[in-house]
Design a protein around this ligand. Sequence first.
Ligand SMILES: [Zn+2]
Length: 339
Amino acid sequence: MRKFFVYLFAFLMIFFLLPALLTNRGEVSASVKEENTSKEDNLEQENTNTEEYDYKQYGIIKLLHKSTNETEEVPLDTYLCNVVSAEMPADYEKEALKAQAIVARTYTIYKIQNKKHENADICDDSSCCQAWVSKETRLSRWDEDKRESNWKKIEECVNETKGKIITYEGKPINAFFHANSGGKTEIPVNVWGGTGYPYLQVVETAGEEGYDQYESEVSLTKEELIDKLETKYSDISIDFNNQDDIKILEYTNSGRVKTVKFGNHNLSGVEARTLLGLRSTNFEISRDGDNIKFAVKGYGHGVGMSQTGADSLAKEGKNCFDIINHFYIGVQITDVNSL
Ligand SMILES: [Zn+2]
Protein backbone atom coordinates (compact mmCIF):
# COMPACT_ATOMS: atom_id res chain seq x y z
CA MET A 1 0.00 0.00 0.00
CA ARG A 2 2.81 2.36 0.96
CA LYS A 3 4.51 1.54 -2.32
CA PHE A 4 1.32 2.58 -4.10
CA PHE A 5 1.48 6.05 -2.51
CA VAL A 6 5.12 6.40 -3.51
CA TYR A 7 4.18 5.60 -7.11
CA LEU A 8 1.19 7.94 -6.93
CA PHE A 9 3.41 10.72 -5.64
CA ALA A 10 5.94 10.15 -8.42
CA PHE A 11 3.11 10.09 -10.96
CA LEU A 12 1.75 13.41 -9.68
CA MET A 13 5.23 14.93 -9.76
CA ILE A 14 5.82 13.98 -13.37
CA PHE A 15 2.42 14.89 -14.77
CA PHE A 16 1.54 18.02 -12.85
CA LEU A 17 4.45 19.61 -11.07
CA LEU A 18 7.13 19.19 -13.69
CA PRO A 19 5.17 20.83 -16.54
CA ALA A 20 4.24 23.63 -14.13
CA LEU A 21 7.91 24.17 -13.31
CA LEU A 22 8.87 24.14 -16.97
CA THR A 23 6.17 26.69 -17.83
CA ASN A 24 7.46 28.91 -15.10
CA ARG A 25 10.95 28.68 -16.56
CA GLY A 26 9.53 29.83 -19.87
CA GLU A 27 8.09 32.91 -18.20
CA VAL A 28 11.34 33.62 -16.42
CA SER A 29 13.34 33.49 -19.62
CA ALA A 30 10.77 35.74 -21.34
CA SER A 31 11.13 38.40 -18.67
CA VAL A 32 14.92 38.16 -18.87
CA LYS A 33 14.60 38.67 -22.60
CA GLU A 34 12.45 41.71 -21.98
CA GLU A 35 15.14 43.25 -19.81
CA ASN A 36 17.68 42.68 -22.54
CA THR A 37 15.69 44.22 -25.34
CA SER A 38 17.17 47.15 -27.20
CA LYS A 39 15.82 50.66 -27.06
CA GLU A 40 13.86 50.07 -30.25
CA ASP A 41 12.31 46.93 -28.88
CA ASN A 42 11.28 48.82 -25.78
CA LEU A 43 9.57 51.38 -27.98
CA GLU A 44 7.89 48.42 -29.63
CA GLN A 45 6.76 47.17 -26.23
CA GLU A 46 5.28 50.53 -25.34
CA ASN A 47 3.28 50.51 -28.51
CA THR A 48 1.67 47.17 -27.93
CA ASN A 49 -0.65 48.64 -25.32
CA THR A 50 -4.17 49.02 -26.58
CA GLU A 51 -5.30 51.49 -23.94
CA GLU A 52 -7.30 54.46 -25.07
CA TYR A 53 -5.17 57.24 -26.46
CA ASP A 54 -6.32 60.81 -26.08
CA TYR A 55 -5.98 62.32 -29.52
CA LYS A 56 -7.19 65.70 -28.27
CA GLN A 57 -8.05 67.86 -31.31
CA TYR A 58 -7.33 64.97 -33.72
CA GLY A 59 -9.70 62.48 -32.08
CA ILE A 60 -12.56 62.84 -34.55
CA ILE A 61 -12.04 63.47 -38.22
CA LYS A 62 -14.47 64.72 -40.83
CA LEU A 63 -14.47 62.22 -43.67
CA LEU A 64 -16.03 63.16 -47.00
CA HIS A 65 -17.58 60.30 -48.98
CA LYS A 66 -17.06 61.42 -52.56
CA SER A 67 -19.80 59.27 -54.14
CA THR A 68 -22.60 60.63 -51.91
CA ASN A 69 -20.98 63.98 -51.07
CA GLU A 70 -21.81 63.29 -47.43
CA THR A 71 -19.48 64.07 -44.56
CA GLU A 72 -19.15 61.67 -41.66
CA GLU A 73 -17.45 62.23 -38.30
CA VAL A 74 -15.37 59.21 -37.26
CA PRO A 75 -12.77 58.46 -34.57
CA LEU A 76 -9.31 58.71 -36.14
CA ASP A 77 -8.19 55.14 -35.43
CA THR A 78 -11.50 53.67 -36.59
CA TYR A 79 -11.05 55.56 -39.85
CA LEU A 80 -7.45 54.27 -40.09
CA CYS A 81 -8.59 50.61 -39.92
CA ASN A 82 -10.72 51.26 -43.01
CA VAL A 83 -7.80 53.02 -44.73
CA VAL A 84 -5.13 50.41 -43.93
CA SER A 85 -7.43 47.58 -45.02
CA ALA A 86 -8.06 49.45 -48.29
CA GLU A 87 -4.44 50.35 -48.96
CA MET A 88 -2.49 47.17 -48.12
CA PRO A 89 -3.25 43.43 -48.43
CA ALA A 90 -4.10 42.00 -44.98
CA ASP A 91 -1.83 39.02 -45.56
CA TYR A 92 1.25 41.26 -45.56
CA GLU A 93 3.55 41.03 -42.56
CA LYS A 94 2.26 42.71 -39.43
CA GLU A 95 5.21 45.12 -39.21
CA ALA A 96 4.51 46.26 -42.79
CA LEU A 97 0.85 46.85 -41.89
CA LYS A 98 1.93 48.76 -38.79
CA ALA A 99 4.20 50.94 -40.95
CA GLN A 100 1.21 51.51 -43.26
CA ALA A 101 -0.93 52.48 -40.23
CA ILE A 102 1.67 55.08 -39.13
CA VAL A 103 1.96 56.36 -42.72
CA ALA A 104 -1.84 56.62 -43.02
CA ARG A 105 -2.14 58.41 -39.66
CA THR A 106 0.64 60.82 -40.67
CA TYR A 107 -1.02 61.50 -44.01
CA THR A 108 -4.35 62.16 -42.27
CA ILE A 109 -2.84 64.62 -39.78
CA TYR A 110 -0.98 66.29 -42.66
CA LYS A 111 -4.30 66.68 -44.50
CA ILE A 112 -6.00 68.11 -41.41
CA GLN A 113 -3.25 70.70 -41.21
CA ASN A 114 -3.19 71.32 -44.98
CA LYS A 115 -6.89 71.23 -45.87
CA LYS A 116 -7.93 70.41 -49.42
CA HIS A 117 -11.68 70.17 -48.85
CA GLU A 118 -13.79 72.99 -47.49
CA ASN A 119 -16.01 71.11 -45.04
CA ALA A 120 -13.99 67.96 -44.49
CA ASP A 121 -10.54 66.93 -43.30
CA ILE A 122 -10.06 64.24 -45.91
CA CYS A 123 -12.01 62.30 -48.55
CA ASP A 124 -12.32 58.60 -49.36
CA ASP A 125 -11.02 58.85 -52.93
CA SER A 126 -7.51 57.44 -53.35
CA SER A 127 -6.80 59.62 -56.39
CA CYS A 128 -7.57 62.73 -54.30
CA CYS A 129 -6.68 61.92 -50.68
CA GLN A 130 -6.48 58.40 -49.26
CA ALA A 131 -8.27 55.13 -50.07
CA TRP A 132 -11.05 54.09 -47.70
CA VAL A 133 -13.37 51.10 -47.72
CA SER A 134 -16.27 50.41 -45.38
CA LYS A 135 -15.79 47.49 -42.98
CA GLU A 136 -18.79 45.72 -44.51
CA THR A 137 -17.43 45.94 -48.06
CA ARG A 138 -13.94 45.03 -46.93
CA LEU A 139 -15.12 41.90 -45.09
CA SER A 140 -17.25 40.78 -48.03
CA ARG A 141 -14.15 40.81 -50.27
CA TRP A 142 -12.19 38.45 -48.04
CA ASP A 143 -12.73 34.69 -47.88
CA GLU A 144 -15.22 33.92 -45.14
CA ASP A 145 -12.74 32.03 -42.98
CA LYS A 146 -10.27 34.94 -43.07
CA ARG A 147 -12.70 37.79 -42.29
CA GLU A 148 -12.46 37.83 -38.53
CA SER A 149 -8.69 37.23 -38.30
CA ASN A 150 -7.87 39.74 -41.05
CA TRP A 151 -9.90 42.52 -39.45
CA LYS A 152 -8.45 41.71 -36.02
CA LYS A 153 -4.94 41.95 -37.50
CA ILE A 154 -5.68 45.37 -39.02
CA GLU A 155 -7.14 46.63 -35.73
CA GLU A 156 -4.08 45.40 -33.84
CA CYS A 157 -1.75 47.22 -36.24
CA VAL A 158 -3.64 50.48 -35.76
CA ASN A 159 -3.89 50.02 -31.97
CA GLU A 160 -0.27 49.03 -31.50
CA THR A 161 0.86 52.24 -33.20
CA LYS A 162 -1.67 54.52 -31.49
CA GLY A 163 -0.72 58.19 -31.61
CA LYS A 164 2.41 57.58 -33.67
CA ILE A 165 3.14 59.75 -36.68
CA ILE A 166 6.19 60.57 -38.79
CA THR A 167 7.65 64.05 -38.49
CA TYR A 168 10.48 65.99 -40.07
CA GLU A 169 11.74 69.02 -38.15
CA GLY A 170 8.70 68.75 -35.90
CA LYS A 171 6.08 68.69 -38.65
CA PRO A 172 4.10 65.74 -40.07
CA ILE A 173 5.65 64.63 -43.34
CA ASN A 174 3.83 64.24 -46.62
CA ALA A 175 3.98 60.47 -46.37
CA PHE A 176 3.79 59.34 -49.98
CA PHE A 177 3.69 55.64 -50.69
CA HIS A 178 3.19 53.32 -53.64
CA ALA A 179 2.84 49.62 -54.43
CA ASN A 180 6.27 48.56 -55.76
CA SER A 181 9.37 50.67 -56.44
CA GLY A 182 10.94 48.22 -58.88
CA GLY A 183 13.97 48.19 -56.58
CA LYS A 184 14.59 51.96 -56.21
CA THR A 185 12.31 54.78 -55.09
CA GLU A 186 11.96 58.14 -56.87
CA ILE A 187 12.23 61.75 -55.70
CA PRO A 188 9.06 63.90 -55.97
CA VAL A 189 10.58 66.50 -58.33
CA ASN A 190 10.72 63.88 -61.10
CA VAL A 191 7.03 63.07 -60.67
CA TRP A 192 5.22 66.27 -59.77
CA GLY A 193 7.96 68.91 -59.98
CA GLY A 194 8.73 71.21 -57.06
CA THR A 195 11.07 70.63 -54.17
CA GLY A 196 10.97 70.79 -50.39
CA TYR A 197 10.85 67.12 -49.40
CA PRO A 198 14.33 66.42 -48.01
CA TYR A 199 13.04 63.19 -46.41
CA LEU A 200 12.08 61.73 -49.80
CA GLN A 201 15.23 60.42 -51.47
CA VAL A 202 16.17 57.61 -53.83
CA VAL A 203 16.45 54.47 -51.71
CA GLU A 204 17.03 50.88 -52.73
CA THR A 205 15.09 47.91 -51.43
CA ALA A 206 15.89 44.28 -52.08
CA GLY A 207 13.22 41.65 -52.42
CA GLU A 208 10.63 43.59 -54.42
CA GLU A 209 11.18 41.34 -57.44
CA GLY A 210 9.32 38.58 -55.61
CA TYR A 211 5.97 40.36 -55.97
CA ASP A 212 3.48 40.38 -58.88
CA GLN A 213 3.66 44.17 -59.09
CA TYR A 214 7.37 44.09 -59.96
CA GLU A 215 7.13 43.34 -63.67
CA SER A 216 4.53 44.04 -66.30
CA GLU A 217 4.35 44.49 -70.03
CA VAL A 218 2.30 46.54 -72.46
CA SER A 219 2.44 45.70 -76.14
CA LEU A 220 0.84 48.13 -78.57
CA THR A 221 0.31 48.04 -82.31
CA LYS A 222 1.52 51.09 -84.22
CA GLU A 223 -2.08 52.25 -84.55
CA GLU A 224 -2.80 51.79 -80.85
CA LEU A 225 0.34 53.75 -79.94
CA ILE A 226 -0.63 56.61 -82.26
CA ASP A 227 -4.22 56.59 -80.94
CA LYS A 228 -3.06 56.89 -77.35
CA LEU A 229 -0.54 59.65 -78.08
CA GLU A 230 -3.07 61.51 -80.22
CA THR A 231 -5.31 62.05 -77.19
CA LYS A 232 -2.82 64.73 -76.18
CA TYR A 233 -0.74 65.38 -79.31
CA SER A 234 -3.10 65.58 -82.26
CA ASP A 235 -0.21 66.20 -84.72
CA ILE A 236 1.85 63.19 -83.55
CA SER A 237 3.84 61.64 -86.38
CA ILE A 238 6.22 58.67 -85.98
CA ASP A 239 8.45 57.12 -88.63
CA PHE A 240 8.27 53.48 -87.52
CA ASN A 241 11.05 52.52 -89.98
CA ASN A 242 13.46 54.78 -88.14
CA GLN A 243 14.67 53.06 -84.91
CA ASP A 244 15.58 56.45 -83.44
CA ASP A 245 12.07 57.84 -83.79
CA ILE A 246 10.98 56.01 -80.63
CA LYS A 247 13.74 56.39 -78.11
CA ILE A 248 14.38 57.05 -74.43
CA LEU A 249 16.44 60.25 -74.27
CA GLU A 250 17.04 60.73 -70.55
CA TYR A 251 16.75 58.85 -67.27
CA THR A 252 16.23 60.13 -63.72
CA ASN A 253 18.70 59.30 -60.93
CA SER A 254 16.58 56.35 -59.92
CA GLY A 255 16.76 54.92 -63.45
CA ARG A 256 13.24 55.86 -64.49
CA VAL A 257 12.44 57.45 -67.84
CA LYS A 258 12.74 61.24 -67.68
CA THR A 259 12.26 62.04 -71.38
CA VAL A 260 11.16 59.83 -74.24
CA LYS A 261 10.94 60.69 -77.93
CA PHE A 262 7.91 59.66 -79.97
CA GLY A 263 8.45 61.01 -83.49
CA ASN A 264 7.93 64.78 -83.52
CA HIS A 265 7.32 65.03 -79.73
CA ASN A 266 9.42 64.56 -76.62
CA LEU A 267 7.37 63.46 -73.63
CA SER A 268 8.22 63.22 -69.95
CA GLY A 269 8.24 59.72 -68.51
CA VAL A 270 5.24 60.61 -66.33
CA GLU A 271 3.29 61.81 -69.36
CA ALA A 272 4.14 58.67 -71.33
CA ARG A 273 3.11 56.50 -68.37
CA THR A 274 -0.30 58.19 -68.18
CA LEU A 275 -1.01 58.25 -71.91
CA LEU A 276 0.09 54.65 -72.52
CA GLY A 277 -1.34 53.18 -69.31
CA LEU A 278 1.98 51.90 -67.94
CA ARG A 279 2.31 50.88 -64.29
CA SER A 280 5.34 53.09 -63.73
CA THR A 281 7.87 55.33 -65.46
CA ASN A 282 10.53 52.65 -65.07
CA PHE A 283 10.26 51.11 -68.55
CA GLU A 284 12.23 49.92 -71.56
CA ILE A 285 11.04 50.02 -75.15
CA SER A 286 11.62 47.31 -77.72
CA ARG A 287 10.12 46.07 -80.98
CA ASP A 288 8.00 42.94 -80.81
CA GLY A 289 7.38 42.13 -84.47
CA ASP A 290 5.12 44.93 -85.64
CA ASN A 291 4.29 45.93 -82.10
CA ILE A 292 6.00 48.31 -79.71
CA LYS A 293 6.69 46.65 -76.38
CA PHE A 294 7.03 48.42 -73.04
CA ALA A 295 8.65 46.29 -70.32
CA VAL A 296 7.77 47.96 -67.01
CA LYS A 297 9.31 47.59 -63.56
CA GLY A 298 7.45 48.52 -60.39
CA TYR A 299 3.96 49.87 -59.81
CA GLY A 300 3.07 53.44 -58.89
CA HIS A 301 4.83 56.81 -58.79
CA GLY A 302 7.73 55.34 -56.81
CA VAL A 303 7.89 58.10 -54.17
CA GLY A 304 8.19 57.31 -50.44
CA MET A 305 7.37 53.93 -48.95
CA SER A 306 7.06 50.95 -51.23
CA GLN A 307 4.41 48.64 -49.80
CA THR A 308 5.92 45.45 -51.22
CA GLY A 309 9.31 46.76 -50.08
CA ALA A 310 7.87 47.24 -46.58
CA ASP A 311 6.58 43.66 -46.60
CA SER A 312 9.90 42.39 -47.88
CA LEU A 313 11.82 44.26 -45.13
CA ALA A 314 9.40 42.91 -42.51
CA LYS A 315 10.08 39.39 -43.78
CA GLU A 316 13.79 40.07 -43.13
CA GLY A 317 12.90 40.83 -39.51
CA LYS A 318 12.72 44.63 -39.67
CA ASN A 319 10.10 46.34 -37.49
CA CYS A 320 7.74 49.15 -38.49
CA PHE A 321 10.15 51.82 -37.28
CA ASP A 322 13.05 50.35 -39.29
CA ILE A 323 10.78 50.25 -42.35
CA ILE A 324 9.75 53.89 -41.96
CA ASN A 325 13.35 55.00 -41.44
CA HIS A 326 14.38 53.06 -44.53
CA PHE A 327 11.96 54.90 -46.82
CA TYR A 328 11.82 58.34 -45.18
CA ILE A 329 15.24 59.85 -44.53
CA GLY A 330 16.06 61.76 -41.34
CA VAL A 331 12.54 61.55 -39.91
CA GLN A 332 11.35 61.03 -36.35
CA ILE A 333 8.49 58.85 -35.21
CA THR A 334 6.71 60.99 -32.68
CA ASP A 335 3.55 61.28 -30.69
CA VAL A 336 0.86 63.31 -32.42
CA ASN A 337 0.19 65.21 -29.19
CA SER A 338 3.78 66.49 -29.14
CA LEU A 339 3.17 68.53 -32.31
ZN1 LIG B 1 -9.76 64.43 -51.17
